[in-house]
Design a protein around this ligand. Structure first.
Ligand code: GAP
Length: 508
């Protein structure tokens, strides 16, 4: 029997496993941690690299219409003025004057509590998977405490950004439960500032990039001039991005330092951008499935026109069922020619391209699939986390935790075990195979403990295959036992069969 953990505890289970087994640690943990920053341990960095490599291989190396780029994190501040980020990249923030806690106003919800049409107060709730239920309970409690007779009217939650000025003093702070301490929403700039050069005045102000995209736009001319690109074509980049998020939360889902995998796909202004947008949405969905996410867990969220980002003509987000609810994983936006035109105007450099087929010169439009590495990693962990029951060495059924990673992205591809550690001939044969496989894949050698316990340790970190060297290997036919992580089934294979099988399953 196999079952994913319940969503209530799934995030806690994942966070616990990530720390226990060395995937992800809180940054600066020895100093009490640093909110919104995470470090990746030995297994985390392998998983992360595998996700990035799969993306790079599939979207850059395997396509004839894509070029790669690695631009700097700190760029000329004028880039962020031209892109609109200096003036427009902010989130609405609200402070609780009493508790000193801060909230994002678009993640804080409120509703009037009315009994038979008479408003008796307000409830507030911070965005969460069961916010409606939490708000309804709070409303029922308010009615009970005030000993009001009659029926509660339905609770209709609204974003705090929609509150009217006369409501600010009536809405309770989620921190204290009392009204009167919340400020009105004000814009909070998300870009981290730093100083570049010896002067510390305003002229030295620079920014840590909040998206890798602008590095692509800033290099578009270089790539057009030096490459052999033909419209349509894309430029892809993987790199760190930084945002001073007001409320970083849900583990690595929303952090202040994260990594993005972004593509700017340049198309003719008269191209059928809606059809191309659709094509990118499908390609991106298929890629998520190829790294092991269940297709049924991925949905599309089409942004309504009045909620589009300042640069966007149309945006569809690929949403994923994370442990804390259905949330954005991959944003796929049609950015028109907004960015290139802005840079053309601010830099004075032409951003036109000559289209050989159409025999005309123009500033191209762009489709932008933008994916977070950390968010993908959390999605992969959530989809892979499984608890089931299997018999131990003595045949007794025990609970097991396993990560069902696709072999393509699993941090460790196979574990090699000598059946007994005190038999030199088994150890020698196992180490020989280990050294051979290590040249091609990240494999692990483990000789300590009962074989069942060794399997369990690998199951928990998602190693898809276990290879055991026993007496038949050295005394009879040279075959190994190959064990499948998910089914626990075992079969005997020769070395050639093993390598061929691993090649097929892992690739590379
Ligand atoms: N260039 C467009 C852009 O940056 P975005 O929707 O703000 O668009 C794109 O970000 C993707 O980057 C998101 O879909 C998400 O996967 C990831 N991302 C954004 N902010 C993040 C954060 N604070 N922490 C982790 N990932 C984030």
């Amino acid at each position: 029997m196999t079952a994913p953990a319940s969503s209530d505890t799934l995030m806690e289970d994942i966070v616990g496993l990530c720390k226990r087994r060395g995937f992800i640690f809180q940054s600066s943990e020895i100093y009490g941690g640093y909110n919104g920053f995470y470090d990746y341990g030995p297994l985390g960095v392998e998983l992360r690299n595998n996700i990035k490599q799969a993306w790079w291989r599939d979207f850059v190396q395997c396509r004839d219409d894509m070029e790669g780029l690695d631009s700097t994190i700190i760029m000329h501040p004028k880039i962020w003025q031209a892109s609109g980020h200096v003036d427009g990249f902010s989130d609405p923030m609200v402070d609780c004057k009493e508790s000193k806690l801060r909230y994002r106003a678009d993640q804080l919800f409120f509703a009037p509590v009315s009994v038979d049409g008479e408003t008796i107060g307000y409830v507030s709730v911070v965005e969460c998977i069961d916010q409606q239920e939490v708000a309804e309970k709070a409303a029922a409690e308010m009615k009970r405490k005030m000993a009001k007779q009659g029926d509660l009217d339905p609770i209709v939650l609204k974003e705090y950004t929609e509150a009217k000025p006369e409501q600010y003093l009536l809405i309770p702070s989620p921190a204290t439960g009392k009204p009167g301490s919340l400020t009105k929403p004000r814009e909070f700039k998300l870009m981290f500032e730093t100083k570049v050069g010896p002067l510390a005045d305003d002229s030295a102000t620079a920014y840590l990039r909040p998206e890798t995209a602008q590095g692509i736009f800033a290099n578009y001319k270089n790539i057009v001039d030096t490459g052999r690109v033909k419209i349509p074509f894309g430029i892809a980049q993987i790199g760190k991005a930084f945002r001073n998020e007001i409320t970083p939360r849900n583990f690595i889902f929303r952090s202040r330092e994260f990594e993005q995998m972004e593509i700017e796909y340049f198309i003719a202004p008269n191209a059928d951008w809606k059809a191309l947008h659709r094509e990118w949405i499908d390609t991106c969905t298929d890629w998520l499935v190829s790294i092991g996410l269940p297709r049924a867990g991925i949905t599309e969220d089409i942004h309504p026109e009045d909620k589009l980002a300042f640069y966007s003509q149309a945006t569809t987000d690929l949403m994923f069922q994370f442990p804390h609810g259905e949330q954005e994983l991959w944003g796929i936006a049609c950015r028109s020619d907004y960015d290139l035109k802005q840079h053309q105007e601010h830099s004075g450099k032409s951003m036109t391209i000559f289209d050989e087929t159409a025999k005309e010169k123009y500033v191209p439009h762009v489709i932008e699939p933008s994916l977070g590495v950390d968010r993908t990693l959390l999605a992969v962990l959530s989809a892979a986390y499984t608890e089931d029951e299997v018999p131990n060495d003595k045949g007794k059924v025990e609970k097991r935790v396993l990560l069902k990673f696709s072999p393509k992205i699993a941090p460790v591809k196979a574990a090699i075990f000598p059946l007994l550690k005190n038999k030199p001939e088994l150890v020698e044969a196992a180490k020989k195979l280990y050294k051979k496989l290590q040249r091609r894949w990240n494999v692990f050698y483990d000789a300590s403990g009962a074989i069942g316990r060794r399997y369990r340790r690998q199951d928990e970190i998602g190693t898809p295959f276990g290879i055991t060297i026993d007496f038949d290997t050295i005394e009879k036919d040279g075959t190994f036992t190959l064990r499948d992580r998910d089914t626990c089934e075992q079969r005997r294979v020769t070395e050639d069969e093993l390598v061929k099988f691993l090649e097929e399953q892992i690739g590379g």
